[in-house]
Structure formats: structure tokens, C-alpha cells
Ligand binder design. Structure first.
Ligand SMILES: Cc1cc2nc3c(=O)[nH]c(=O)nc-3n(C[C@H](O)[C@H](O)[C@H](O)COP(=O)(O)OP(=O)(O)OC[C@H]3O[C@@H](n4cnc5c(N)ncnc54)[C@H](O)[C@@H]3O)c2cc1C
Length: 522
């Protein structure tokens, strides 16, 4: 019995080993054949004069990058899921610093003929107080451009960028949905996508740029970076009206957080406010409208409130957008770079996502420019690593500012927290150096880490000063200490996530300036 059993076990083992070996060899051959096919297909595409770069997504980033690289002689294949005009409630304000970058990329005309509205600064409101914080005109930290922003319909701007890119002979812009990245031994070779006829097809290029926005599917195959949802922006557009002061963004420090109104077309006003997860009334059953009329509208100054209520009475379409934050992470795969919201996100209250993206494009373009061809994966990897380091001082400054500013704006019953919020209002509305240099920072006219740290410290100290005034009682001293702790809590995690060393490194700051200057020769 035992001998028979041993025989059976032995034969089973032999059968298993043989089957496994056959499976392994076949599987390996199939993989090798597939890899060889990929190499052949890529080589074939190169012979036919295929693209140097594939860009996934023709939003703000994909279109601007396509045009910039095409101007440098690269052949660019852009694949965009939907080439119709997007209708989105995001990316509607370009800071003065962003406009300068657009001009440096030769794209400033994309803000023309779209009814873009000039914005010269902020009007800030808090508990019946009102102040104006303009972008600095004089003493503007040597900002070499007209110091005003532009607000507009995002879709119109994106269409102008797409037109500009696709009119360049080196750009082929195609409608199609990218399904996956084609990878071979850790190197991205191209993409598989469904074209406009619904056919599964492939495209190959030495460099693939993933620029598929905040809902990116492709990012997940490149790194394990997860976006954190911070809050929701709820908004709508009031048509056929004009703000009394259309050249200002109207920021109301309300409850639970901020409310903003700004002119985005000759007769269109955007109204937006922030809510937090777990506290979002339903739009479908009408709770949201009631909430807006009863809770949000009463906080809005009368001259603006009529526009807010007009939109609701006209039955404006209410939208919600998640607000996400995500630190930038370098992908370990070669032959690919991720850009835009797929790469890095910050709270949108400072309206700077497009500015960071344009700065990234300028840096990347500058680093790629000296390469005669993009076929050397190692060189491309070096470029991407340099890009990641050089962008840090600027992007980390803006990201930290956005995330910290949004936290300060959240209303609270905590006395220390409220003192910080009041301190922020006082700081912005104080006039003189504090207002002008803070506005230069917010407007991307001087996005330097040192300026950020200076203002955040100064704002915290002046809030503490206000709290201790007129005399420092024990309870006031206690609140001051807590306020200081809160400020650190707001700042330190963001600085850590961004990488303090890289952010403050003089070497990277110098490299940023150098690349920026080299890439920005008009
Ligand atoms: C509520 C909110 C308000 C904001 N307001 C401002 C502001 O006022 N100013 C500012 O500077 N920034 C703002 N931002 C940030 C800014 O909008 C983004 O940083 C910017 O739009 C990112 O551009 P992008 O090119 O990365 O993505 P997008 O502009 O979103 O473009 C991504 C493109 O990829 C396409 N795509 C996606 N998946 C695929 C696929 N699989 N295949 C092919 N194509 C695909 C999409 O259709 C889209 O066209 C805001 C963000 C939010 C959330």
C-alpha cells in the first residue's frame, strides 16, 4: 500500500514538474515574442517618421507642452479623450506670474478673444470689514510683466491652447482614449489607446508624457501616489450680469470657509464656496439650494449677494469639484514623465495650479532642448531627475502656500484658530509692504521659499501680537502658545511632504533660475 502510494506521489511530482517546465518555457517564449514585436513596431513607427513624444491629454498642460516641444523641432503626438470644449469649474484664474510664463512659452495670445477679464487684486471681506489687496504695481520685486491676472472660462482657454498646438506642423492631435502604457523591462515605450473609430491601437515614442489631469488613471501604473481629498468646491455661474468691481476677485472669509465671486466673461460671474466631506447637502433633493440661500447668501456683502441670488433664481447649474492635494513623486519607470494634476496638486484657493504646470513645462522644455534626440532612455532619466529637483523651490512654495492658506481660512470656534484667521485678514489688508509682498507671493510674482517662510512667520507673530493685546493675561498667553503650535502643525507636514532640503537648497534655487532664464529667452 505504502509502496503504491509512493509511486503515485512520485509520478504526480514528475507530471507537475514537466507541466510547469512546459508552461514556463512557453510563457517565456510568448513574452519574448511580444517584446520583440513591440521593438519591431516601435522601430517601424520611427522609420515612418513617428513621434518623438506622445502626450496623453490635451488639457492645459498637454496642449501647452505640445506647442512648446513642437517649437523646438520635436514631433509630438497628442491623444485626447474628448476634443470638444470642456465645461469645467476649475482653472479659471491665471495669476500674473502664470501670465508671464504663458508669454515666455509664446502662448499669451491664448488669453485673447475669450472674454478674459483683467484682475488687479483681491477685495477681502470678513465680518462686515472690507479691504483691498492689489497686486503690487511699483516695488513689485522686479516682476518683468504687467502685474495683473486674468479670469476666464476654462474651456475657452483650453480650446485656444489646443488650436495653437494643433496648428503647429509638428503636432498631431488626435481624439482617443489611452488605456494603458506599454512597458518593456521598466521602460515605457508608448501607449495603447482606443481611437475615435473605437479601434484599439498603439503608438510608440521614446518619451511619453502623462498629462491626464486630476482623475488620472495612468498615474497608478507609475507610482503609488494617492491624492487626498481636502474639501469640495461648490459653485455655479450667474449669467447676464457684471460685478460692481469686476477687476477684483472677491474673497469672503465666511463659514465654514471661504466664498469667492469673480467675473469670468463679459457678463458671467463665477460664485464658489467651500464645504467639507460629510457636510455636503444634496443637490438632487434641493437641500443644497436651501443651504445656499439660508446659510451662504447671508454671509455675502449685499452688493455681491444680489448676483449670488440671481444665479440661484435663474436655475444655474450647481457643480461640485473635489479639492485634492498630492505631493509630487518621481516615477521609477524610464521613458515617461508625469505632469500637471496627475503629478502634483495643491489646494486651489490660491488659483495657482496652472502656474506651477507652466513653470514645469518651461523647466522640462529647457532641459530637453540640448538633446538632439530623445532615444537615449538613460539621458531622459537624468533629465527627469533634474526636472524633479529644479522645480522644487517654486512648486513647493506654491503648494505649501495653497495648503496652509486654505487651512487658515477655515472658520472655527477655537479662539486661537480664529485669531489666526483674523490675523490673516489684518495682514492682507494692512497696506504697504506686508500687503504688496504677500500679494506678490500669492500672484506668483515672487514665488520664493524664503518669502513664504517670512510671511507665514510674520503673519503668525502679528496674530499672536493681536491676541496678547492690550495685556497678556494667562489665558491669552495660553491661546498664543496654541496658535503658534497650530501654525507649526499647518506648516511642518506640508514642508515635510515637499522635502525641506530640496525646497530650500540654494543649488536647486540657482538651477531653477538658470533653467528658467535659459528657457525664457523670448
Ligand atoms: C476646483 C478647482 C479650481 C481650480 N482653479 C484654478 C485656478 O483658478 N487657477 C489655476 O491656475 N488652477 C486652478 N486649479 C488647478 C488647475 O485647474 C489644474 O492644475 C490644471 O487644469 C491641470 O491641468 P492638466 O493639464 O494637468 O489637466 P487637465 O486640464 O484636467 O487636462 C487633462 C486632460 O486629459 C484628458 N484625459 C484624461 N484621461 C485621458 C485618457 N485616458 N486618454 C486621453 N485623454 C485623457 C482629459 O480629457 C483632459 O482634457 C483648480 C483646480 C480645482 C480642482
Amino acid at each position: 500500500m505504502d509502496v503504491a502510494f509512493t509511486h503515485v506521489s512520485l509520478w504526480t511530482l514528475v507530471a507537475f514538474v514537466v507541466t510547469w517546465t512546459v508552461f514556463y518555457v512557453t510563457n517565456r517564449r510568448t513574452k519574448e515574442k511580444k517584446a520583440a514585436k513591440l521593438v519591431d513596431a516601435a522601430a517601424e513607427e520611427r522609420k515612418k517618421g513617428g513621434a518623438d513624444v506622445i502626450i496623453v491629454g490635451a488639457g492645459v498642460g498637454g496642449s501647452a507642452l505640445a506647442y512648446s516641444l513642437a517649437k523646438d523641432g520635436r514631433r509630438v503626438h497628442v491623444i485626447e479623450r474628448d476634443l470638444r470644449e470642456p465645461e469645467r469649474m476649475m482653472g479659471e484664474f491665471m495669476q500674473p506670474g502664470g501670465r508671464l510664463l504663458l508669454a515666455k512659452l509664446g502662448l499669451e495670445d491664448c488669453l485673447e478673444e475669450i472674454e478674459a477679464q483683467k484682475a488687479v487684486g483681491l477685495a477681502v471681506y470678513k465680518d462686515g470689514q472690507e479691504a483691498v489687496a492689489p497686486f503690487p504695481v511699483e516695488d513689485n520685486n522686479n516682476f518683468p510683466y504687467e502685474p495683473s491676472g486674468r479670469s476666464f472660462h476654462n474651456g475657452r482657454f483650453v480650446m485656444r491652447l489646443r488650436q495653437k498646438a494643433s496648428s503647429h506642423p509638428n503636432v498631431r492631435m488626435e481624439e482617443g482614449t489611452v488605456k494603458s502604457l506599454i512597458e518593456e523591462k521598466g521602460v515605457i515605450k508608448g501607449v495603447t489607446y482606443k481611437d475615435s473609430a473605437g479601434e484599439e491601437t498603439t503608438a510608440f515614442a521614446p518619451l511619453t508624457v502623462v498629462c491626464d489631469g486630476c482623475y488620472s488613471n495612468l498615474r497608478r501604473s507609475l507610482n503609488d501616489n494617492n491624492a487626498e481629498i481636502l474639501s469640495y468646491q461648490v459653485g455655479f455661474m450667474t449669467k447676464n450680469c457684471r460685478l460692481d468691481e469686476p477687476e477684483k476677485l472677491h474673497l469672503i472669509m465666511g463659514k465654514p470657509s471661504f466664498i469667492i465671486l469673480y467675473q469670468i466673461g463679459d457678463t458671467d460671474v463665477r460664485c464658489v464656496f467651500e464645504l467639507f466631506p460629510g457636510n455636503i447637502p444634496s443637490i438632487a433633493n434641493g437641500e443644497m439650494i436651501t443651504f445656499m440661500k439660508n446659510t451662504i447668501a447671508p454671509q455675502i456683502p449685499l452688493k455681491l449677494c444680489k448676483i449670488f441670488l440671481k444665479g440661484l433664481d435663474d436655475g444655474a447649474h450647481i457643480k461640485t469639484m473635489p479639492t485634492k492635494s498630492m505631493a509630487a513623486t518621481l516615477s521609477e519607470k524610464e521613458g515617461v514623465v508625469v505632469l500637471g494634476d496627475a503629478f502634483n496638486m495643491r489646494h486651489p484657493v490660491i488659483a495657482s495650479g496652472m502656474m506651477v504646470l507652466l513653470s514645469d513645462i518651461l523647466i522640462l522644455r529647457g532641459l530637453l532642448k540640448p538633446l538632439s534626440n530623445l532615444g537615449d532612455a538613460n539621458k531622459i532619466s537624468e533629465v527627469i531627475k533634474s526636472f524633479y529637483a529644479i522645480r522644487k523651490p517654486m512648486s513647493a512654495t506654491v503648494n505649501t502656500l495653497g495648503n496652509a492658506f486654505s487651512q487658515v481660512l477655515i472658520a472655527s470656534t477655537d479662539e486661537a484658530k480664529e485669531a489666526m484667521r483674523q490675523g490673516c485678514y489684518d495682514y492682507l489688508s494692512s497696506g504697504g509692504f506686508r500687503t504688496s509682498s504677500m500679494m506678490a507671493l500669492l500672484g506668483g510674482m515672487n514665488p520664493r521659499p524664503i518669502s513664504l517662510i517670512y510671511h507665514l512667520c510674520a503673519m503668525t507673530l502679528s496674530s499672536i501680537g493681536q491676541l496678547l493685546f492690550p495685556f497678556p493675561s494667562p489665558i491669552r498667553i495660553w491661546h498664543s502658545l496654541r496658535l503658534f503650535g497650530m501654525a507649526m502643525e499647518m506648516l511642518v507636514p506640508h514642508l515635510k511632504a515637499e522635502g525641506v532640503n530640496q525646497m530650500l537648497s540654494p543649488t536647486y534655487a540657482a538651477a531653477y533660475r538658470k533653467t528658467y532664464m535659459a528657457a525664457t529667452a523670448f
